[in-house]
Write a protein that binds this ligand. Structure first.
Ligand SMILES: O=C(O)C1=C[C@@H](OP(=O)(O)O)[C@@H](O)[C@H](O)C1
Ligand SMILES: C=C(OP(=O)(O)O)C(=O)O
Length: 444
């Protein structure tokens, strides 16, 4: 595919009221759980990013009927727990770790064989973290690349429930095991030392499954699902994605005179670490009209430009803002003083090695930065110099973060490819420009 470079120039104040697209994590789950439910699931506000469209295609290949009407409402007719059928084609999960890993959990405890692949980014990402527990439940895997995609899963006819302690903080691994547990007799339990996003637990309960979370010795959480439930189709209203809202939030904070309202943003406390951090840095963010939608808290966010000061972000906050470190690093570059971010090992195995990509990109833009094995230190000096073309390595969040950096930099910042923004935030450039940004194709 031909790369699509973009350039972002320094902008004046941003203003307006907008709704960013639906939450990606919740959108994947709504399609998957709808596909396992009996009856019809109606989804409002589903993200139509490429990652989620890949999930829809995969669930259709596994037997569900999924349609979208002219008003953007999605309907899923499910097959019932245990009812997935063998796909006749390879399931290509594109750029999406969530789709690949959760789907592997789903098929592992059905007596079907499934072939998975992904793009050049996804095929580099570790999958042993899911294949190891799923093997304990009875599935087998064939892969020529040390457990990475492409791989084949031979699902088991006689799944066994397990109790599994997560070796890394990962909602994807937790969810893969819980989804495998759905078609397994008895109780399947995942123990997590650090709380990760709980959208699977909340949505499974909404669909009628029995899911329990208990605090156990040492403060860890034990999350259990009771197997072989009958789950029934439900209505799901997908909130706006806090991880997408993050880009607009930081852009408004760093452009003087800005006043932006973001409506309907998901405020699940396991996702809001970035907002807590920005407030510690001095951000003026007001949370209006707090309410609940399908078990998920939401609010409207009013963001006004602010003088930011560097802070230390503790490692235990990482799971609640794991996808937001690239954009936090941009806020840190425009702040005064040093920001230290700790506990970032997982950033190295996302769509790209985000720790390295952020450090290299900021350095290219004249920002003082130091990367450790699992930490990042950014020395903010107000206005970044900019004036570079930043490599994005098939990573949507790197591309969007550096386009935001360009909005505040003395010289324009370009990104070498913007194509992957479509995976999570279709319409990003148009929405930013509507608020006052100056993002366009680079001048020849
Ligand atoms: O469960 C999910 O929907 C996600 C979990 C996180 O990944 P890990 O579980 O690998 O930390 C996150 O980075 C990803 O964007 C979405
Ligand atoms: C890490 C991300 O997604 P995934 O793991 O689903 O590819 C992300 O969206 O930042």
């Amino acid at each position: 595919m031909t790369p699509r470079p973009l350039q972002s120039r320094q902008t004046g104040s941003l203003s307006g009221t907008v709704r960013v697209p639906g939450d990606k994590s919740i959108s994947h789950r709504a399609l998957m759980f709808g596909a396992l439910a009996i009856g019809e699931t109606v989804i409002h506000g589903l993200l139509t990013g490429e990652d989620v469209l890949n999930t829809a295609a995969a669930m259709r290949a596994l037997g569900a009927t999924i349609t979208r009407d002219d008003h953007g409402v999605w309907r899923v007719r499910g097959v019932g727990v245990g009812g997935l059928v063998e796909a006749s084609q390879v399931l290509d999960m594109g750029n999406s770790g969530t789709a690949a890993r959760l789907m592997m959990g789903l098929v592992a405890t059905h007596p079907i064989t499934t072939f998975f692949t992904g793009d050049a980014s996804l095929t580099k990402r570790p999958m042993a973290r899911v294949t190891t527990p799923l093997e304990q439940m009875g599935a087998s895997f064939v892969s020529r690349s040390g457990g990475r995609l492409p791989l084949v899963i031979i699902g088991t006819e006689n799944p066994v429930p397990i109790t599994y302690r997560l070796p890394v903080a990962s909602a994807q691994v937790k969810s893969a095991i819980l989804l495998a547990g759905l078609n397994t007799p008895g109780v399947t339990t995942v123990i997590e030392a650090e709380p990760t996003r709980d959208h699977s637990e909340l949505m499974l309960a909404h669909f009628g499954a029995t899911v329990k979370t208990e605090r156990i010795e040492g403060g860890a959480l034990a999350v259990s699902v009771t197997g072989e439930p009958e789950i029934t189709g439900k209505t799901v209203n997908v909130p706006a994605d806090p991880s997408s809202a993050a880009f607009l939030t930081v852009a408004a904070l760093i452009r003087p005179g800005s006043d932006v309202t973001l409506t309907d943003v998901g405020m699940n406390p396991r996702r809001t670490g970035l907002y807590d951090t920005l407030i510690e840095m001095g951000a003026d963010i007001t949370f209006l009209n707090r309410r609940e939608q399908a078990g998920e808290p939401v609010a409207d966010l009013r963001v006004r430009s602010s003088e930011l000061t560097g802070v230390t972000v503790p490692p235990e906050r990482a799971p609640s803002m794991i996808d937001e470190y690239p954009i936090l690093s941009v806020a840190a570059a425009c702040a005064n003083g040093t920001t230290r971010m700790l506990g970032l090992a997982e950033l190295r195995v996302k769509e790209s090695d985000r720790l390295a990509m952020v450090a290299d990109g900021l350095a290219a833009c004249g920002v003082a930065v130091e990367a450790g094995p699992d930490s990042l230190t950014v020395h903010g000096a107000g206005v970044p110099p900019g004036g570079a073309t930043v490599a994005t390595a098939m990573d949507h969040r790197i591309a969007m973060s550096f386009l935001v950096l360009g909005m505040a930099s003395s010289q324009p910042v370009a990104v070498d490819d913007s194509e992957f923004i479509e995976t999570s935030f279709p319409g990003f450039v148009e929405l930013m420009n509507e608020l006052g940004a100056r993002i366009s194709a680079p001048e020849a």
